[in-house]
Unconditional design. Structure first.
Length: 226
């Protein structure tokens, strides 16, 4: 199974909460370095379900997350350690939120989007139209989410380019991200190398998931999935 197929299979197993499929994938293949947030989420589900076979993989995942140390990696490692019983539970309230939706909300332009998440149900609402005081962080059990803009996403592109071994491709991408429309030109350029485009999607996804997880922890919450 190629790297692209592994990533797609990992996503499918995690989002369908098919723990047996996830464990089979990571037992028989080299773990993609850029999918540890995704894998860790799936292993949390397996531990919550009481699947004993997930314990060794979860221990391995915490080590890999702490060694990689991207934003949000230590937060996820702490959550795994707590479920493994090797560390105390983080003092964070569970929030049933879709991290993919949260990453989108956080990376919209600052001050153009303001929404809230119901801290009991994970329901989303337009803060400006449904609340008297949209600046109140915790009005009636709702968590305010303000778009942070594209700065972190732009930095992800720079980091991805720096990791490339092919100087010619790196130079082309470095030119593509200059000026307005950088994200579109970056992806359009990467379409010339489908394997790299898929690698970018995996890299970007894990970076975004980590940032969303860290943002929730900063506000006192840990994500759960229904």
């Amino acid at each position: 199974m190629g790297a692209d197929d592994i990533r797609r299979a990992l996503r499918g197993s995690v989002y369908s909460k098919d723990s047996d499929a996830l464990l089979a994938l990571i037992a028989g293949e080299e773990w993609p370095h850029d999918a540890l947030q995704l894998i860790g989420d799936g292993l949390l589900d397996a531990l919550r379900a009481g699947i004993g076979a997930a314990v060794p993989a979860a221990c391995d995942c915490t080590t890999r997350l702490r060694e990689r140390a991207w934003e949000g990696d230590h937060t996820l490692a702490d959550a795994l350690d707590a479920k493994l019983g090797t560390a105390p539970l983080p003092f964070l309230r569970p929030l049933p939120v879709d991290l993919d939706l949260l990453t989108t909300a956080l990376e919209t332009e600052r001050f153009t989007t303001t929404v809230r998440i119901n801290t009991a149900t994970g329901e989303w609402a337009d803060s400006d139209s449904e609340f008297d005081n949209p600046d109140d962080q915790d009005e009636d059990g709702w968590l305010l989410v303000e778009g942070q803009g594209s700065r972190d996403g732009y930095h992800d592109m720079e980091t991805f380019i720096d990791r490339l071994d092919d100087d010619t491709i790196a130079d082309l991408l470095a030119v593509a991200i200059q000026g307005r429309g950088a994200f579109r030109r970056f992806k359009d350029t990467l379409t010339r190398w489908p394997d790299l485009l898929e690698a970018w999607f995996s890299f970007s996804e894990d970076r975004q998931l980590g940032r969303a997880r860290a943002w929730l922890a900063d506000h006192g919450y840990t994500p759960t999935r229904g």
